[in-house]
Design a protein around this ligand. Sequence first.
Ligand SMILES: *Cc1c(COP(=O)(O)O)cnc(C)c1O
Length: 391
Amino acid sequence: MNKIIDLIDEEQRYQNNTIRLIPSENFISEAVKQALSSDLSNKYAEGYPGKRYYQGNKFIDEIENLAIERGKRLFKVEHMNVQPYSGSPANAAILMALLEPGDKICGMKLSAGGHLTHGHPRITFSGKFFESVQYDVDSEGKIDYEALEEMVEREKPKLIFCGGTAYPWKIDWQIFSKIASKVNAYLIADIAHIAGLIVGGVHESPVDFVDVISSTTHKTLRGPRGAFIGVTKKGLERDSELAKKIDRAVFPGLQGGPHMNTIAAMAVAFEEASRPEFKEYANQIIKNAQALKRGLEMVGSGRDRSVPLKIFGTENHLLVIDCGFEKGKEVAVKLEEMGIIVNANTIPHDQAGPFKPSGIRVGTPAMTTKGWKEKEFEEVGERIGRMIINM
Ligand SMILES: *Cc1c(COP(=O)(O)O)cnc(C)c1O
């Protein structure tokens, strides 16, 4: 026990004494932490509020209902399920709810910034149990909507994922909606990365354009590790059973007892994200990403070398930087030695594989929570850029 406490203390110090630029990470509030470490962790509550398989759930029901109500209001959806253990199980539940094994799905390639759960072939459940077709990005790293449309019309997938994990541009929900409606495919917006930007008003919401919204709660939204699935008005108009199908797929389809401490922490985070300060936070995330880019560009502007760094982005909270063929991991390790924590990442059309990618991914949500402004991000951008060109 003491050994673990010591290690947790060390990790806490490490997190606070280094520069955290992994775009999917953030720092939770004390209130979220309190809910997470509460005695709610002791309770079994299989089922849904009012329909539990265990007794003793009167307060638990109130907590889950509150999380659902706050989540629905925040994301303007008709129905919400807050029980998925994390983003990947949430997407698995959606596939289970809406499709049969072997049906065709469509998502963005991993190398283009897509997520494993969007049909990455062979090694993932979504690529193994479903037939998958994948769309790519252009040389700037932007979704090639024309190629997507052509592929969708040809392949006629039953479900399309939009949303990414290393995608530095805004997503055009309207175009996706038009394309999906041509073949009557379910359209799922996976907003795991940008949920906080959406509720903060700096990225358009997909709610009017898609059937289902899937999201984690621990990235820009700054809540606990967890996820939710939202069903939109459009989704219910298309299929009045949609909400029921989603709920049944999460439980009993895929999961057992929900993690009530996480759900309580989600309710806390939803409330925090509805405050005016959160809008300021989201705005600052964007300004800081622009500053980070400016810093990186200072290095490549000719003073240090003739060829500028190839940077993908940014219109949101993250950037992908080309470090040279298979150099991403090496750069990430060197940066770790300097106290700057990033992750290696494929770049669009990467000639190297995902295990030795050519880029790194950097983002601003975590350090913006710590109070960083443009000046700090410009400086760290310049340090990173200088390190890369000197490799
Ligand atoms: C992070 C992420 C997920 C998965 O979330 P986990 O909680 O890591 O399982 C799913 N989709 C997208 C787009 C993500 O960025």
